[in-house]
Design a protein around this ligand. Sequence first.
Ligand SMILES: *Cc1c(COP(=O)(O)O)cnc(C)c1O
Length: 591
Amino acid sequence: MLYEFTHEPRIAYFSMEIALRNEIPTYAGGLGMLAGDTVRSAADLHLPLVGVTLVSRSGYLRQEIDAQGHQIEHPSPWEPRDFAQSLDAKVALPIEGRAVWVGAWLYVLEGYGGGREPVILLDTELDENRPQGREITHYLYGGDAAYRLKQEMVLGIGGVRMLHALGFRIRHFHMNEGHSALLGVDLLHRYAYPEQDRRPGEPAYDIPRVRELCSFTTHTPVEAGHDRFDYALVGRVLDNFIGVEGLARLADENAMRRSRLTLDESILDFATLKHLAGEDALNMTRLALNLSEYVNGVAKRHAEISRGMFPGYRVHAVTNGVHPLTWTAEGFRALYDRYLPSWCHEPEQLVRADCCIPDTAILEAHRQAKQVLIDRVRALTAVDLQPNIPILGFARRMTAYKRPDLLFAELERLKAIARQYPFQIVLAGKAHPRDDGGKRLIEQLHAQARALDGVVPVVYLPDYDMAIAQTLIAGVDVWLNTPLRPFEASGTSGMKAAFNGVPNLSVLDGWWIEGCIEGVTGWAIGADGGSADIDARSLYDKLEQVVLPLYYGSNDGAELVKVMKGAISKNASYFNSHRMMRRYVTEAYIR
Ligand SMILES: *Cc1c(COP(=O)(O)O)cnc(C)c1O
């Protein structure tokens, strides 16, 4: 069954979350979407890649919102059997002094044009494990630090061992964020110098060899955002980790027994771990940086910031992209198929959209996408949005730095603008269960929506997911993003907007620094170093003086359609995951 995928060497792409499809709720936000788009582009481009992630059986969370705007969190379980095939390999790793067994599922992601990409979903829900061990792969980003560390052991170490057990030959390892950095520790063990060949004081591991094999993409522009584990905790959880050559087939009882017996062997000493991962705490980003020859940030500005945060490391910039077909609404797909037929393989073709596609066709495709959104909003909330009034959209993880409340900073000003140029607002997004600030923001947004009642229709769609994102981002007239600089490493939802001819109105951070050509692809908010007040005023000024007048202009939409085409031809042609993957291949995977 696996031979289709194991007969040639592959690139192993490790990510704590991979948004494979809407029915598999194993993602929390942009990181997982990016990972999904990475594998989707790999499939379209027939790149030999294998994804590795946790099965996250309980999903992330299903969000309900009550009348006061309180987020109510429900589990979001899924059944791997419905979408993936169970593989008959198991590997063991010692956690808290006993073997935890890891099994695997195979999900096959099918690309455009017949490409197929294997994704391995690691699963500890096995009879061999005690309840604590079984739970490790249940909750995405759940639990305490110990739980997270165990998850990261299963992902990094369990992942490498599983790939070997399944017969994959891996030519390169790509860590999408630091969660999987322990994979490097397992590789060090594999490339250790035999003890008898070593003189005292000589390194025990072939670190340069491991570095050659690894690439690391960092996503976090602030030091405090990186995963760190206290060494006391590490000592307890990895107790004797560091033992077991845990590859074993399920049927092999002897191997199981053997693995328990060899728990006291160690594959990495603490001194080496501290040398690579930080003296005061196990910093997953440090570990990944030290074990990767190729390191990159996810936008040019983010790479600059990362260079400042990690002096002495060479940090490249590969700006993110989104998967063309996935994020393009039906009407636009049909248009691109007709006027730029190879766009799915070669989205660069979209550069010609401004000249080759008639204005009326663009406006009609947008009208369709907007109607789909209006119908969806009615079905979900019983609110009737108006097709001939512009819709502003804002949806992403609800957390403080994203500042979803910036648009509502001065309600009187917002009302005054709406009386002159009516508009409607659609919002969505989940807060992490432990992010109280994020939950308060959702409550505030609901209160502010009530305060705007009768002047500006505001709807908040519950349970933001991939399917809502597809409908929402394509169907609005302006896509809004107002993060606090420099916290938006890249952002990708604005790129999805571009594929649907929806201009961005956004703070200049992340990808938008590269994507914004004022008045051509969309509009910028604020100035460098601007406070929240300055950003809010700038947002209102832009809405009132530039953006909304364009929608109410007397030129049959000719000026508006120019910006829509600017977004497609200048941004969709570039900010796509095909370009991103071609760069990873030529600059990171094959060097
Ligand atoms: C694209 C996407 C995101 C990322 O949005 P940003 O604005 O880049 O943070 C988050 N969640 C879902 C469901 C998405 O589709």
